[in-house]
Ligand binder design. Structure first.
Ligand code: C2O
Ligand code: CU
Length: 459
């Protein structure tokens, strides 16, 4: 073979040989370093960690019932892994380093291949030292399409986040492990944005109907959102369709890792302000995603949208007979930790702080070798999370969706992440139908890193 290649352009000749060697048929998703202009143009660009060089990572899209296959290639100089947030996935593909797989070392790879049973809006992100890796940009949207798409004119993914950037250098502020950040509300940015832009905008015509898939990829920020110049309905939460579209009349709350699918009609006149506003602390309302109304797409508004088709296998039976497992949320500034165990050992508060630990779930600090609970496959589980801290927490269960059961027994919509406010509690109920080791943790990622991580075993 060798001599016949003489005269070929080396690059061209090498291509067909290289492809199977690298991909073996599986497409790659490379975690590596890049530079992105996150701040306004007058400021320096930001060195980021990103999938395939973009922040957020490319939107991965596949049909419901299909399969997603990606080889993670680690081009960073730290170990990493990918978690497919909200997917009812095979445990071995869940991407939790230290629980479901080993972290992928620099220069190595890991093949992720899994089925997609549910349609909806999901996301993927790093799950090694995520408080730093996600904040540096390792996150992207994962969209699973319904076989019969809803009647809309356009489908837009809006990955909402915030970035804490030093305006002089453009670099991320390296306070990922700062006790002050970890023990309080978590790391919030000084710039908010959508799809990697601080000035994100779309243009649309009056009466155009859009599906907006909002994903909160921020480390700790809870977004309060409102529609301006739009009429909208919530049609899905955390990927899962609501039985009926719910008109948006009030502020929408989007905690870290949560998703809201909206169907909106543009009601503003051409030239008028429209878009998604966010509650900007003391500054009132800011514009997060502007919609420039450029003309008329239709002369009359449409009727309320139809519900999205439900996802399979979602009945929860036997709730009243199921035992309630208590998992109080504990610790943090002003409360501290008393008598908490760090993987089976009693540890004084000072020693915990020295280890960078500030929080506990049911008296347990961080991921232990024993699960919080062992559930038999198919069992209905109830976990009651009372928030005994002075901070809100966004509690996320891997691998299975739950409903929040109100004290009067009514059940909320299917979700994978629930916001629990101080002095409040949330009881989650779910069918433990997915075997394996599943993380249950706060998605304020600094909290997760400093104690608020536990797991359940489904055997
Ligand atoms: Cu989106 Cu364990 O996380
Ligand atoms: Cu928390």
């Amino acid at each position: 073979m060798g001599p016949t290649r003489r005269g070929f352009c080396a690059g061209l000749a090498a291509l067909p040989l290289l492809r199977p060697a690298f991909g073996q048929g599986m497409r790659s998703l490379t975690a590596g370093k890049a530079t992105v202009q996150l701040a306004p143009d007058a400021y320096p660009a930001t060195p980021v960690w990103a999938y395939d060089g973009t922040l957020p990572g490319t939107v991965l899209r596949a049909p419901q019932g299909g399969r997603l296959e990606r080889r993670l290639v680690n081009a960073l100089d730290v170990p990493t892994s990918i978690h497919w947030h909200g997917i009812r996935i095979d445990n071995a593909m869940d991407g939790v380093a230290g629980l479901t797989q080993d972290a992928v070392p620099p220069g190595a790879g890991f093949d992720y291949a899994f089925d997609l049973p549910d349609a909806g809006t999901y996301w993927y992100h790093a799950h090694v030292n995520s408080t730093e890796q996600v904040a540096r940009g390792l996150a992207g949207a994962l969209i699973v399409d319904e076989s019969a798409p809803p009647d809309i004119d356009r489908d837009e993914v809006l990955m909402i986040g915030d970035w804490l950037i030093d305006p002089d250098t453009g670099s991320f502020v390296d306070n990922f492990a700062a006790p002050m950040t970890l023990s309080h509300g978590g790391r919030t940015g000084n710039l908010v944005g959508v799809n990697g832009r601080h000035d994100f905008s779309l243009s649309a015509g009056r009466n155009e109907r859009l599906r907006l898939r909002l994903i909160n990829s921020a480390n700790a920020r809870i977004f309060g959102l409102r529609l301006e110049g739009l009429r909208g309905w919530t049609v899905a939460l955390d990927g899962m369709p609501l039985a009926e579209p719910v008109p948006v009349t009030d502020m929408l709350v989007l905690a870290p890792a949560q998703r809201i699918d909206l169907i909106v009609d543009v009601t503003a006149e051409p030239g008028a302000a429209a878009g998604i506003g966010f509650a900007d602390g003391d500054d009132g309302w800011g514009m997060l995603a502007a919609i420039e109304v450029t003309g008329h797409s239709a002369t009359v508004a449409r009727d309320r949208p139809a519900p999205l088709p439900p996802n399979p296998r979602m009945q929860i039976g036997g709730i009243e007979a199921a035992p309630v497992l208590d998992m109080p949320l504990q610790g943090g500034a002003m409360r501290g930790l008393k008598g908490a165990r760090f993987d089976g050992q009693d540890m004084g508060w000072r020693e915990l702080v020295r280890n960078g630990q500030f929080w506990a779930l049911a008296g347990q600090v961080g991921l232990g070798t024993a699960p919080f609970a062992t559930l038999s496959r198919g069992e209905t589980a109830r976990i009651r999370m009372a928030n005994d801290t002075i901070f809100p927490h966004a509690m996320h269960l891997h691998g299975m969706h739950f409903r929040v059961r109100a004290p009067d027994g009514t059940l909320g919509p299917l979700r994978d992440t629930v916001l629990v406010m101080p002095n409040d509690m949330a009881e989650i109920v779910f069918v433990a139908d997915n075997p394996g080791k599943w993380l249950l943790h706060c998605h304020m990622l600094g909290h997760a890193a400093s104690g608020m991580t536990n797991w359940v075993m489904v055997a």
